[in-house]
Design a protein around this ligand. Sequence first.
Ligand code: ATP
Ligand code: MG
Length: 211
Amino acid sequence: MQTLIPNPSSLIPKIGIMGGTFDPIHLGHLATAESVREIFQLNEILFIPAARPPHKVERFVTPELHRLMMTFLATKSNEKFRVSPMEILREGLSYTLETVNELHKKFGESTELFFIIGADSLRDLPTWYQAKELVQQCHFIATTRPNVKVGFSELRKFFGKLFKEKIHTVTTPDIEISSTEIRRRVKEGLSIKYLVPEVVEEYIKKERLYL
Ligand code: ATP
Ligand code: MG
């Protein structure tokens, strides 16, 4: 009789983290998260809208509650997607390292965390708060973004051997959508159909966002 011995590594929970301003959340975020979940066999993806993004102080960011609501609406039809308001509830600037430490406390130290990061944000990773410590605590899955080139040799120099161990690159479907483009289209009275989920489109209309 054949006995099935579970592979111990498959028993360790793997959680993906999709951080972002989500102003608004769009199909680029959702399709990328789903594709990474499948490729890396993650148990779930946690969408975490940022509170006061340290990198975006130069422009008006839509109030947190709206961004959180849109993230809930956009993800509710996928049972592997969850939303956490943890950064929004936290006092002060939100740093990813704090989020990762909090998640390890909540899910257990052995849970593997995979932060999904677009090529545009990966370029800036060395400037993030305590970047090396962060990469020690959590894997990074770098996804491609149309027209964005990443200087891998600089990243390799900065992170040393951590680069190979903790930063993984993956080719995801190129979806040329950005929140900036959506905000611009709404302002100009153009359609955002098929760029955001229908529930998000309705919410933007109802709450008169981005006008
Ligand atoms: P903005 O235009 O306001 O900067 P954005 O579309 O880049 O918004 P963010 O909330 O800044 O969205 O992005 C959160 C994360 O999602 C980042 O890691 C970013 O690289 C990634 N991301 C955003 N849009 C896409 C996309 N179309 N395809 C793949 N990844 C994306
Ligand atoms: Mg961006």
